[in-house]
Design a protein around this ligand. Structure first.
Ligand code: GRF
Length: 214
């Protein structure tokens, strides 16, 4: 199950990856909180069920999250992915999906939680930047880290160029982590992300280490 708010390029990367041979998972549905989210079209094109649930139709955050939870649970998903879902979620919602709710964030967490991550990386003079997939807990962008990918920031980079580069990394990260989960290799044990039974370092695994076989 994938939740989105916008263009859905990460959703597309997941759709494409899961369409590959031998995939252990499939996307049962896509929910957007915005009717004009282009990702809904991407899902429909792939034959995936879609729902729109506008937060503007609810009196408060808790009411929206309760309705969202009902929509999600009707699909009975094993895993829920936040792929550009631009909503802060209530603690009750997050607890309900503990261990099966993942987010992708455009920074090297714990740096730059929240919004405007690319500009903030530039403003702080960071030498590197990237993306992170993590388990979602009650703390915004603060749950146990699973996998990161880094890019170097070079002279002349601006927020737009960083966004483009980081997104290319995101399209690699999220499908890989989903494959781990689908193969029952990835778990949240207490407050630690574990892969193949072993704890993942608090700073997360690095895609570049995996690729070089470390
Ligand atoms: C991604 O950069 C993701 O990290 C952030 O929102 C963006 C979503 O982009 N949370 P898209 O809708 O997948 O194209």
């Amino acid at each position: 199950m994938v939740l989105i708010s916008g263009s859905g390029t990460n959703l597309q990367a997941l759709i494409d990856d899961l369409a590959g041979q031998g995939s252990l998972a499939s996307i049962v549905g896509v929910i957007a909180n915005k009717a004009d989210a282009y990702g809904l079209q991407r899902a429909a094109n792939a034959g995936i069920a879609t729902r729109t649930l506008s937060h503007r139709d609810f009196v408060d955050r808790a009411a929206f999250d309760q309705a969202l939870q009902r929509e999600i649970d009707a699909f009975n998903p094993d895993l829920i992915l936040l792929a550009g879902f631009m909503r802060i979620l209530t603690a009750d919602f997050v607890k309900h999906y503990r261990g099966r709710l993942l987010n992708i964030h455009p920074s090297l967490l714990p740096k730059h939680k929240g919004l405007q991550t690319h500009q903030r990386a530039l403003d702080e003079g960071d030498l590197e930047h990237g993306a992170t997939v993590h388990f979602v807990t009650e703390e915004l962008d603060g749950g146990p880290l699973i996998l990161q990918s880094r890019i170097k920031i070079i002279q002349g980079d601006d927020a737009a160029s960083l966004a483009t580069q980081v997104q290319q990394q995101e399209y690699l990260l999220f499908p890989l982590v989903v494959r781990w989960f689908a193969a029952d290799r990835l778990h949240l044990n207490h407050d630690r992300a574990c892969l193949d039974g072993g704890p993942i370092p608090a700073s997360g695994l690095r895609l570049e280490d995996l690729e070089s076989g470390i």
